[in-house]
Ligand binder design. Structure first.
Ligand SMILES: Nc1ncnc2c1ncn2[C@@H]1O[C@H](COP(=O)(O)OP(=O)(O)OP(=O)(O)O)[C@@H](O)[C@H]1O
Length: 321
Protein backbone atom coordinates (compact mmCIF):
# COMPACT_ATOMS: atom_id res chain seq x y z
CA UNK A 1 0.00 0.00 0.00
CA UNK A 2 1.33 3.44 -0.81
CA UNK A 3 1.89 6.18 1.75
CA UNK A 4 -0.54 9.08 1.91
CA UNK A 5 0.32 11.53 -0.83
CA UNK A 6 0.93 14.62 1.25
CA UNK A 7 0.72 16.94 -1.74
CA UNK A 8 -2.99 16.32 -2.15
CA UNK A 9 -3.82 16.90 1.48
CA UNK A 10 -1.48 19.88 1.77
CA UNK A 11 -3.67 21.73 -0.66
CA UNK A 12 -6.57 20.99 1.69
CA UNK A 13 -8.34 18.85 -0.88
CA UNK A 14 -10.32 15.96 0.56
CA UNK A 15 -11.08 14.75 -2.95
CA UNK A 16 -8.93 15.52 -5.95
CA UNK A 17 -8.97 14.02 -9.40
CA UNK A 18 -6.57 14.44 -12.26
CA UNK A 19 -7.85 13.84 -15.76
CA UNK A 20 -10.28 11.25 -14.40
CA UNK A 21 -11.96 9.42 -17.27
CA UNK A 22 -14.44 6.57 -17.61
CA UNK A 23 -15.42 4.92 -20.84
CA UNK A 24 -17.92 2.10 -20.31
CA UNK A 25 -17.47 -1.17 -22.17
CA UNK A 26 -20.23 -0.30 -24.61
CA UNK A 27 -18.09 2.66 -25.67
CA UNK A 28 -20.03 5.32 -23.75
CA UNK A 29 -17.66 8.06 -22.58
CA UNK A 30 -19.37 8.93 -19.27
CA UNK A 31 -16.64 11.08 -17.67
CA UNK A 32 -13.84 12.79 -19.55
CA UNK A 33 -10.68 14.43 -18.19
CA UNK A 34 -12.16 15.48 -14.86
CA UNK A 35 -10.00 17.69 -12.59
CA UNK A 36 -11.88 18.09 -9.36
CA UNK A 37 -10.74 19.62 -6.08
CA UNK A 38 -12.97 19.41 -3.02
CA UNK A 39 -11.71 21.57 -0.12
CA UNK A 40 -11.75 20.17 3.40
CA UNK A 41 -14.72 21.51 5.38
CA UNK A 42 -16.77 22.38 2.31
CA UNK A 43 -20.28 21.32 1.40
CA UNK A 44 -19.52 20.56 -2.20
CA UNK A 45 -22.35 20.36 -4.69
CA UNK A 46 -21.65 18.19 -7.71
CA UNK A 47 -24.16 19.58 -10.13
CA UNK A 48 -25.27 18.41 -13.51
CA UNK A 49 -28.31 17.35 -15.51
CA UNK A 50 -29.27 13.68 -15.59
CA UNK A 51 -26.71 11.62 -17.46
CA UNK A 52 -23.88 14.16 -17.11
CA UNK A 53 -21.57 11.70 -15.34
CA UNK A 54 -22.12 12.39 -11.64
CA UNK A 55 -22.89 8.86 -10.49
CA UNK A 56 -20.06 7.44 -12.58
CA UNK A 57 -17.65 9.88 -10.91
CA UNK A 58 -18.91 9.00 -7.43
CA UNK A 59 -18.54 5.29 -8.13
CA UNK A 60 -14.93 5.87 -9.18
CA UNK A 61 -14.24 8.00 -6.08
CA UNK A 62 -15.53 5.20 -3.85
CA UNK A 63 -13.50 2.59 -5.68
CA UNK A 64 -16.62 0.76 -6.93
CA UNK A 65 -15.51 0.99 -10.56
CA UNK A 66 -12.09 1.50 -12.13
CA UNK A 67 -11.38 4.61 -14.14
CA UNK A 68 -10.19 4.05 -17.70
CA UNK A 69 -7.92 7.09 -17.46
CA UNK A 70 -6.49 9.63 -15.02
CA UNK A 71 -6.45 9.26 -11.25
CA UNK A 72 -8.41 10.08 -8.11
CA UNK A 73 -7.29 10.78 -4.55
CA UNK A 74 -9.62 10.64 -1.57
CA UNK A 75 -8.34 11.82 1.85
CA UNK A 76 -4.94 12.14 0.21
CA UNK A 77 -4.72 8.53 -0.93
CA UNK A 78 -5.07 7.03 -4.37
CA UNK A 79 -8.33 5.28 -5.24
CA UNK A 80 -9.20 2.54 -5.81
CA UNK A 81 -5.73 1.37 -4.64
CA UNK A 82 -6.14 2.53 -1.02
CA UNK A 83 -9.86 1.85 -0.76
CA UNK A 84 -9.51 -0.43 2.25
CA UNK A 85 -7.69 2.27 4.20
CA UNK A 86 -9.72 5.23 2.99
CA UNK A 87 -13.31 3.95 3.03
CA UNK A 88 -13.62 3.51 6.83
CA UNK A 89 -13.33 7.31 7.04
CA UNK A 90 -15.92 7.91 4.35
CA UNK A 91 -19.69 7.61 4.81
CA UNK A 92 -21.62 7.06 1.61
CA UNK A 93 -25.24 7.04 0.57
CA UNK A 94 -25.75 6.08 -3.05
CA UNK A 95 -28.89 4.96 -4.81
CA UNK A 96 -30.97 4.95 -1.63
CA UNK A 97 -30.23 2.82 1.43
CA UNK A 98 -30.79 -0.95 1.40
CA UNK A 99 -33.18 -1.53 4.28
CA UNK A 100 -35.14 -4.46 5.62
CA UNK A 101 -38.79 -3.34 5.86
CA UNK A 102 -39.68 -5.94 8.47
CA UNK A 103 -36.97 -4.71 10.84
CA UNK A 104 -37.26 -1.55 12.91
CA UNK A 105 -35.08 1.45 12.15
CA UNK A 106 -32.89 0.60 15.11
CA UNK A 107 -32.60 -3.08 14.12
CA UNK A 108 -31.57 -2.04 10.62
CA UNK A 109 -28.76 0.04 12.08
CA UNK A 110 -27.64 -2.80 14.35
CA UNK A 111 -27.41 -4.99 11.24
CA UNK A 112 -25.33 -2.41 9.41
CA UNK A 113 -23.05 -2.08 12.39
CA UNK A 114 -22.67 -5.85 12.70
CA UNK A 115 -21.55 -5.99 9.06
CA UNK A 116 -18.57 -3.76 9.91
CA UNK A 117 -15.76 -6.06 11.10
CA UNK A 118 -14.00 -3.17 12.85
CA UNK A 119 -17.06 -2.25 14.95
CA UNK A 120 -16.89 -3.33 18.59
CA UNK A 121 -20.10 -5.33 19.38
CA UNK A 122 -20.10 -4.13 22.99
CA UNK A 123 -20.73 -0.52 21.96
CA UNK A 124 -23.06 -1.41 19.06
CA UNK A 125 -26.31 -0.36 20.74
CA UNK A 126 -24.87 2.95 21.88
CA UNK A 127 -23.59 3.66 18.35
CA UNK A 128 -26.98 2.90 16.80
CA UNK A 129 -28.80 5.11 19.31
CA UNK A 130 -26.37 7.99 18.79
CA UNK A 131 -26.75 7.76 15.01
CA UNK A 132 -30.56 7.66 15.30
CA UNK A 133 -30.47 10.72 17.47
CA UNK A 134 -28.20 12.56 15.11
CA UNK A 135 -30.63 12.19 12.21
CA UNK A 136 -33.70 12.90 14.35
CA UNK A 137 -35.12 9.37 14.30
CA UNK A 138 -34.97 8.46 18.00
CA UNK A 139 -38.75 8.67 18.36
CA UNK A 140 -39.26 6.40 15.34
CA UNK A 141 -36.48 3.95 16.25
CA UNK A 142 -38.89 1.14 17.18
CA UNK A 143 -41.06 1.50 14.07
CA UNK A 144 -40.69 -0.96 11.21
CA UNK A 145 -38.70 0.56 8.37
CA UNK A 146 -41.51 -0.19 5.90
CA UNK A 147 -43.67 2.30 7.81
CA UNK A 148 -41.05 5.04 7.31
CA UNK A 149 -41.64 7.82 4.82
CA UNK A 150 -39.11 8.12 2.00
CA UNK A 151 -37.47 11.01 3.85
CA UNK A 152 -37.19 8.92 7.04
CA UNK A 153 -35.67 6.04 5.05
CA UNK A 154 -33.12 8.43 3.62
CA UNK A 155 -32.30 9.71 7.10
CA UNK A 156 -31.92 6.13 8.30
CA UNK A 157 -29.48 5.59 5.44
CA UNK A 158 -27.57 8.64 6.64
CA UNK A 159 -27.59 7.24 10.17
CA UNK A 160 -26.00 4.05 8.81
CA UNK A 161 -23.33 6.16 7.12
CA UNK A 162 -22.71 7.93 10.42
CA UNK A 163 -22.29 4.89 12.69
CA UNK A 164 -18.57 5.55 12.67
CA UNK A 165 -16.89 8.96 12.85
CA UNK A 166 -16.37 10.17 9.28
CA UNK A 167 -14.20 12.79 7.66
CA UNK A 168 -16.15 12.78 4.43
CA UNK A 169 -19.74 12.03 3.46
CA UNK A 170 -20.56 11.23 -0.17
CA UNK A 171 -24.26 11.51 -0.99
CA UNK A 172 -25.62 10.72 -4.45
CA UNK A 173 -28.78 12.76 -5.07
CA UNK A 174 -29.77 12.63 -1.38
CA UNK A 175 -33.11 14.40 -1.85
CA UNK A 176 -34.19 12.59 -5.02
CA UNK A 177 -37.86 11.61 -4.83
CA UNK A 178 -38.48 13.35 -1.51
CA UNK A 179 -41.38 15.71 -0.86
CA UNK A 180 -40.53 19.34 0.05
CA UNK A 181 -40.61 18.59 3.78
CA UNK A 182 -38.29 15.59 3.35
CA UNK A 183 -35.96 17.72 1.24
CA UNK A 184 -35.82 20.41 3.91
CA UNK A 185 -34.99 17.82 6.58
CA UNK A 186 -32.11 16.35 4.59
CA UNK A 187 -30.77 19.79 3.73
CA UNK A 188 -30.76 20.98 7.31
CA UNK A 189 -29.14 17.71 8.35
CA UNK A 190 -26.39 18.26 5.77
CA UNK A 191 -25.78 21.74 7.19
CA UNK A 192 -25.54 20.35 10.74
CA UNK A 193 -23.07 17.69 9.66
CA UNK A 194 -20.96 20.33 7.95
CA UNK A 195 -21.06 22.41 11.15
CA UNK A 196 -19.66 19.36 12.94
CA UNK A 197 -16.65 19.54 10.61
CA UNK A 198 -17.53 16.77 8.15
CA UNK A 199 -16.82 17.55 4.50
CA UNK A 200 -19.93 16.74 2.47
CA UNK A 201 -19.81 15.93 -1.23
CA UNK A 202 -23.29 15.66 -2.67
CA UNK A 203 -24.55 15.30 -6.20
CA UNK A 204 -27.70 16.96 -7.39
CA UNK A 205 -29.51 17.98 -10.51
CA UNK A 206 -31.33 20.67 -8.52
CA UNK A 207 -29.76 24.08 -8.88
CA UNK A 208 -31.61 25.69 -6.00
CA UNK A 209 -30.61 22.85 -3.72
CA UNK A 210 -26.94 23.56 -4.40
CA UNK A 211 -27.51 27.28 -3.86
CA UNK A 212 -29.23 26.62 -0.55
CA UNK A 213 -26.83 24.18 1.10
CA UNK A 214 -23.46 24.23 -0.64
CA UNK A 215 -20.41 26.39 -0.15
CA UNK A 216 -18.71 25.10 -3.31
CA UNK A 217 -19.84 23.57 -6.54
CA UNK A 218 -18.61 21.89 -9.68
CA UNK A 219 -20.80 21.82 -12.74
CA UNK A 220 -20.83 18.85 -15.10
CA UNK A 221 -22.11 18.80 -18.63
CA UNK A 222 -21.93 15.71 -20.85
CA UNK A 223 -19.15 14.08 -18.84
CA UNK A 224 -17.00 17.18 -18.66
CA UNK A 225 -16.41 19.68 -15.89
CA UNK A 226 -17.43 23.11 -17.05
CA UNK A 227 -16.62 25.11 -13.94
CA UNK A 228 -15.91 24.79 -10.22
CA UNK A 229 -15.49 27.21 -7.33
CA UNK A 230 -17.41 28.72 -4.47
CA UNK A 231 -21.12 29.19 -5.03
CA UNK A 232 -20.72 32.90 -4.20
CA UNK A 233 -17.91 33.38 -6.76
CA UNK A 234 -19.88 31.60 -9.39
CA UNK A 235 -22.99 33.71 -8.97
CA UNK A 236 -20.89 36.88 -8.83
CA UNK A 237 -19.05 35.86 -12.01
CA UNK A 238 -22.24 35.76 -14.05
CA UNK A 239 -24.05 39.02 -14.63
CA UNK A 240 -27.38 39.34 -12.90
CA UNK A 241 -30.53 40.51 -14.66
CA UNK A 242 -32.25 43.82 -14.41
CA UNK A 243 -35.82 43.29 -13.21
CA UNK A 244 -38.60 45.88 -13.24
CA UNK A 245 -42.03 45.27 -11.75
CA UNK A 246 -44.64 47.53 -13.26
CA UNK A 247 -48.33 47.63 -14.19
CA UNK A 248 -47.13 49.10 -17.54
CA UNK A 249 -44.92 46.32 -18.93
CA UNK A 250 -45.40 47.30 -22.59
CA UNK A 251 -44.25 50.86 -22.13
CA UNK A 252 -41.44 49.75 -19.81
CA UNK A 253 -40.17 47.35 -22.48
CA UNK A 254 -40.13 50.13 -25.07
CA UNK A 255 -38.17 52.51 -22.81
CA UNK A 256 -35.68 49.88 -21.70
CA UNK A 257 -35.10 48.73 -25.28
CA UNK A 258 -34.40 52.30 -26.33
CA UNK A 259 -31.93 52.58 -23.46
CA UNK A 260 -30.04 49.54 -24.78
CA UNK A 261 -31.30 46.77 -22.47
CA UNK A 262 -30.97 43.49 -24.39
CA UNK A 263 -32.81 40.16 -24.11
CA UNK A 264 -35.99 41.69 -22.72
CA UNK A 265 -38.51 39.21 -21.36
CA UNK A 266 -41.97 40.07 -20.04
CA UNK A 267 -43.58 37.81 -17.49
CA UNK A 268 -46.85 39.29 -16.20
CA UNK A 269 -45.94 42.51 -14.47
CA UNK A 270 -42.21 41.83 -14.55
CA UNK A 271 -39.91 42.94 -17.33
CA UNK A 272 -36.35 41.66 -17.16
CA UNK A 273 -33.32 42.00 -19.35
CA UNK A 274 -29.54 42.16 -19.55
CA UNK A 275 -28.38 45.36 -17.93
CA UNK A 276 -26.34 47.48 -20.38
CA UNK A 277 -22.70 48.01 -19.39
CA UNK A 278 -22.57 51.70 -20.13
CA UNK A 279 -25.68 52.75 -18.25
CA UNK A 280 -26.07 53.78 -14.67
CA UNK A 281 -29.05 51.93 -13.23
CA UNK A 282 -30.25 55.22 -11.74
CA UNK A 283 -30.44 56.73 -15.25
CA UNK A 284 -32.50 53.77 -16.47
CA UNK A 285 -34.91 54.19 -13.60
CA UNK A 286 -35.14 57.94 -14.31
CA UNK A 287 -35.91 57.22 -17.99
CA UNK A 288 -38.76 54.92 -16.99
CA UNK A 289 -40.23 57.48 -14.64
CA UNK A 290 -39.86 60.29 -17.24
CA UNK A 291 -41.82 58.17 -19.71
CA UNK A 292 -44.64 57.83 -17.18
CA UNK A 293 -43.99 54.16 -16.41
CA UNK A 294 -45.25 53.35 -12.93
CA UNK A 295 -42.42 51.39 -11.27
CA UNK A 296 -43.22 49.15 -8.32
CA UNK A 297 -39.82 47.53 -8.00
CA UNK A 298 -36.55 48.01 -9.81
CA UNK A 299 -33.24 46.30 -9.29
CA UNK A 300 -30.56 43.80 -10.26
CA UNK A 301 -31.38 40.19 -9.54
CA UNK A 302 -28.40 38.13 -8.48
CA UNK A 303 -27.34 35.58 -11.09
CA UNK A 304 -28.45 32.05 -10.30
CA UNK A 305 -26.43 28.91 -10.95
CA UNK A 306 -28.86 28.30 -13.77
CA UNK A 307 -27.76 31.58 -15.39
CA UNK A 308 -24.16 30.40 -14.99
CA UNK A 309 -24.93 27.03 -16.58
CA UNK A 310 -26.80 28.57 -19.48
CA UNK A 311 -24.09 31.16 -20.11
CA UNK A 312 -21.36 28.48 -20.08
CA UNK A 313 -23.08 25.82 -22.17
CA UNK A 314 -25.56 27.79 -24.25
CA UNK A 315 -28.13 25.17 -23.20
CA UNK A 316 -30.91 25.10 -20.66
CA UNK A 317 -30.35 23.01 -17.57
CA UNK A 318 -32.95 20.38 -18.39
CA UNK A 319 -30.92 18.77 -21.18
CA UNK A 320 -30.50 15.01 -20.95
CA UNK A 321 -26.81 14.31 -21.42
N1 LIG B 1 -22.94 0.76 -16.52
C1 LIG B 1 -23.02 1.57 -17.59
N2 LIG B 1 -22.74 1.11 -18.84
C2 LIG B 1 -22.80 1.93 -19.92
N3 LIG B 1 -23.12 3.24 -19.86
C3 LIG B 1 -23.41 3.77 -18.65
C4 LIG B 1 -23.38 2.96 -17.45
N4 LIG B 1 -23.71 3.76 -16.40
C5 LIG B 1 -23.94 4.99 -16.91
N5 LIG B 1 -23.76 4.99 -18.26
C6 LIG B 1 -23.89 6.17 -19.15
O1 LIG B 1 -22.92 7.14 -18.78
C7 LIG B 1 -23.46 8.46 -18.83
C8 LIG B 1 -23.33 9.13 -17.47
O2 LIG B 1 -24.18 8.48 -16.57
P1 LIG B 1 -24.21 8.78 -15.01
O3 LIG B 1 -25.19 7.86 -14.38
O4 LIG B 1 -22.85 8.82 -14.47
O5 LIG B 1 -24.80 10.27 -15.01
P2 LIG B 1 -25.49 11.08 -13.85
O6 LIG B 1 -25.06 12.50 -14.03
O7 LIG B 1 -25.24 10.46 -12.54
O8 LIG B 1 -27.01 10.96 -14.22
P3 LIG B 1 -28.21 10.42 -13.34
O9 LIG B 1 -28.50 11.50 -12.37
O10 LIG B 1 -29.29 10.22 -14.37
O11 LIG B 1 -27.74 9.12 -12.74
C9 LIG B 1 -24.88 8.32 -19.30
O12 LIG B 1 -24.91 8.56 -20.70
C10 LIG B 1 -25.23 6.89 -18.99
O13 LIG B 1 -26.17 6.39 -19.91
Amino acid sequence: MSEPTAAHEEQGAVISTQGLTKRYRGGQLAVEGLDLSVPRGSVFGFLGPNGSGKTTTIRMLLGLIEPTGGSAHVLGEPMPGSARRVLPHVGALIEGPALYGYLTGRENLLRYDAADPTADPRSRAARADRALERVGLSAAAAKKARAYSLGMKQRLGLAAALLQPRELLVLDEPTNGLDPQGMREIRSLVRELADDGITVFLSSHLLDEIEQVCTHTAVMHRGRLITQGTVAQMSAGARGRLAVTTPDPGEATRVLKEAGVADLVTDGEEVSGEPPHAHELADLNAALVRAGVRVRAFGLRRASLEDVFVSLTGEGFDVAG
